[in-house]
Design a protein around this ligand. Sequence first.
Ligand code: GDP
Ligand code: MN
Length: 379
Amino acid sequence: MKLHEYQSKNIFAEFGVPIPNGKIASSPAEAKAIAKELGGRVVVKSQVLVGGRGKAGGIKLANSPDEAEKMAAHILDLKIKGLPVRKVLIDEAADIQNEIYLGITNDRAARKPVFMASAAGGVDIEEVAAKTPEKIIRIHVDPLLGLQDFQVLNLAIGIELPRNQWNQFNQVAHGLWQAYNKYDATLAEINPLIITRKGQLIAVDGKMIIDDNALFRHPELETERDLDVEAESETEAKAHGLTYIKLDGEIGCMVNGAGLAMATMDIIKYFGGEPANFLDIGGGANEEKVAAALRIILKDPNVKAVLFNIFGGITRGDLVARGILAALEEINTDVPMIIRLVGTNAEEGRALLADAEMITAQTLAEAAQKAVAAAKGEL
Ligand code: GDP
Ligand code: MN
């Protein structure tokens, strides 16, 4: 889950990273009041979960509360890369001398978090990485030892940070590291970390991505989930405890178990089809879950066939069958359905489905071939 700039910066501040004074506003009037409180010169920043807001006109400097009100009105009316702006952050304007990049993410290949710093901050870091990779300094952090001071020093030297800013930089780096760890983040980024004319380091932008699988440990963040950026079907699936990812193909899949779901997608491709989704109904799925899953799959207009691949262990074949029947009772569809059902209570399941118009298959290969043919209208 992506966090908004203001949420990320508030978390950074919890761990001692200096951020500008500021508050969030949902209306121009609120923006004006906050600007007055902050003493006049402010930046009005759209809170949308995309990068490059500056270039898109979503960040404006205002010299007075009246100007802040006008700019907030303008920005709150914008759509940035398709997303509506519902809130603006009003921050005290900073006096920028330099812009640094500082971020942490997981390096899967190294199996370690990696710290990245660059003197070329403020701009799109992906662009820096592509064009001038030597300008990004990388340091891997041992997850058990944690971030060490000498590593921060190496980063500071690598980006040629003046010596009198090393202490501040050390504090910011450790704060960011703690935020990354305590909140189970997969990304924690400050871009830019500015140096003011007075020599202060301040995080003027912030970005965090929290590992969805760890969200149960941070229920306070879950309530702030921004549904504008999530596919509606994925939100609905989450509410039913299903793991669903929408893809671009034409064969809907309903499978129990993540590994089996991956294998099912592979074999669909092997026989010349494209999966429309990844869907793991999980172990011990009940009738209600199965019905919800089928409703979600069939909402996708690209779906030309549905493949059920159920390997009953904890999951019971008869319950899956009842779920399918329940869903088919409320959904009127002529999308062909192919089912391969084996394992616990498979016989009972098949008997229940005997009257439903479903195409059965004995093996996964047979099921996949039939699904591909059905999707092409050849069955
Ligand atoms: P992004 O475009 O979505 O990454 O948004 P940022 O928060 O990084 O802002 C983009 C750019 O706007 C920064 O790199 C700065 O150059 C500028 N900016 C942001 N906040 C301030 C501020 O308080 N004062 C000034 N003068 N410029 C700012
Ligand atoms: Mn930025």
